[in-house]
Design a protein around this ligand. Structure first.
Ligand SMILES: O=C1C[C@@](O)(C(=O)O)C[C@@H](O)[C@@H]1O
Length: 254
């Protein structure tokens, strides 16, 4: 894999893929409990899926939640994500608020990485990336297809687009309808990684059939894999302890 991204003490894009655990609490106290429980699991990265939070439309409550998560897990890089309903998230918000929310997260100084969906207006994506980079916040430029798996060329096109726009970590999650779709995602990952990427990428095929893609990132070229603790944030996430065991097994085999 060409290029690495180092956040706090975690380097993405070399060696064993790093494990990210999503926080999916709906309330501040729920998030606190989840963050507390995560300490024992020692994830490499934590993602706050703010679309699960019932006060996500209150910027003050969002900043408060970020502060508390940061206090409980100060060493762990934090990804801020609002996953839109059209890409599999929990809530619908306006584009204007999506931008304000992400800008507030970036400006808070409490997040290390922000997730920006590729399928927004190009100007909005560029604006959020610029705001993030000004604050030394890395950007995942992401795309999710919960219906199916696009052809290999299309997956590579989207990942390349995410890279061209300036995303530090291009990401795609797709849904397999058959085992061959998982192979398509893996082949696209491998091609992107070998021929086009100059930075780490993150890919996954979701649900049960796609689980192999969450385990084999070191071989095919995905730098980060999402594992479940409390509750999965997408279909196919396996428990962190089992995930770690398999990643280590595959790592030792190489
Ligand atoms: O984009 C991703 C990947 C994901 O959808 C998954 O399939 O593991 C889980 C989400 O929480 C995260 O934002």
């Amino acid at each position: 894999m060409s290029g690495t991204v180092t956040v706090k003490n975690v380097t993405l894009g070399e060696g064993i893929p790093k494990i990210c655990v999503p926080l999916v609490g709906t309330t501040l106290s729920g998030l606190r409990e989840e963050a507390e429980a995560l300490k024992a699991l020692a994830p490499d990265v934590v993602e706050w899926r703010s679309d699960y939070f019932n006060q996500v439309e209150d910027l003050g409550a969002v900043t408060e939640a970020l502060r508390e998560i940061g206090q409980l897990l100060p060493e762990v890089p934090l990804i801020f994500t609002f996953r839109s309903a059209r890409e599999g998230g929990e809530k619908e918000i306006s584009t204007e608020y999506y931008i304000r929310l992400n800008e507030a997260a970036i400006a808070s100084g409490l997040v290390d990485i922000v997730d920006v969906e590729l399928f927004n207006e190009e100007a909005d994506v560029r604006r959020l990336i610029a705001a993030a980079h000004e604050q030394a916040v890395f950007v995942i430029v992401s795309n999710h297809d919960f219906q199916g798996t696009p052809p290999l060329e299309e997956i590579v096109t989207r990942l390349r687009r995410a890279q061209e726009l300036g995303g530090d970590l291009p990401k795609i999650a797709v849904m397999p309808q058959k085992a061959g779709d998982v192979l398509t995602l893996l082949a696209a990952t491998n091609l992107m990684q070998e021929q086009y990427a100059d930075r780490p990428i993150i890919t996954m095929s979701m649900a049960g059939e796609g689980v192999i893609s969450r385990l084999a990132g070191e071989i095919f070229g995905s730098a980060l894999t999402f594992g479940a603790a409390h509750k999965p944030s997408a279909p196919g996430q396996v428990a962190v302890t089992e995930l770690r065991r398999v990643l280590e097994l595959l790592h030792r085999s190489l």
